[in-house]
Design a binder for this molecule. Structure first.
Ligand code: COA
Length: 151
């Protein structure tokens, strides 16, 4: 479904992906350090099992140029994952647009805590949306088979 777009950019917002857009998502994943090997089957599974998805579609080319997704119980917690802007379109506000779209979703309006994991260089990017790295004495722990996510 396309969502009415109140923004002034050359993109439209979607909350689900077509097969063509899943192919585009594989391209976005290739540009990342943590998901570069995901296939279209992985992308379909990941998108299908996510609770919320935001895609930004470049109107002129009809290609997916930005994406993120959320896992949430819609009450206590939500985790934002796979925040990605196409390398050609970075630094022009689409990342901010993506975050505004996801944080504005009504499904997250009453969620107690919205969380994400990021590299140190992105702290300032996420701070502008209200996120903090002041999390008391909490530490991230992880049980993973993915060597990119440990060490
Ligand atoms: C992070 C990302 C989504 C930001 O998207 P974007 O469209 O470039 O973001 P915007 O144009 O809205 O905002 C850019 C701002 O974020 C900062 N920023 C973005 N990526 C950054 C990075 N890797 N390191 C440091 N600062 C970064 C820029 O300095 C810029 O700040 P400024 O406006 O003060 O100059 C995009 O760079 C991306 O896809 N990166 C690769 C995937 C990734 O690492 N995703 C984050 C997973 S936690």
């Amino acid at each position: 479904m396309s969502i009415p777009d109140g923004g002034s950019t050359d993109v439209r917002v979607v909350d689900e992906l077509t097969d063509h857009q899943l192919d585009d998502l594989v391209g976005l994943y290739r540009s990342t350090w943590w998901a570069s090997d995901r296939t279209v089957d992985d992308a379909r599974a990941v998108v299908g099992a996510s609770d919320l998805v935001v895609g930004l579609i470049e109107v002129a080319s009809d290609r997916l140029v930005a994406f993120c997704r959320v896992l949430t119980d819609r009450h206590v917690i939500a985790v934002i994952l796979d925040v990605i802007v196409h390398p050609d379109r970075r630094g022009a506000g689409l990342g901010g647009r993506l975050m505004d779209e996801i944080l504005g979703r009504p499904e997250l309006a009453r969620v107690g805590s919205i969380e994400l994991v990021c590299q140190p260089d992105l702290l300032d990017f996420y701070r502008r949306f209200g996120f903090t790295d002041q999390v008391g004495s909490s530490l991230l722990m992880r049980l993973t088979i993915d060597p990119r996510l440990s060490g």
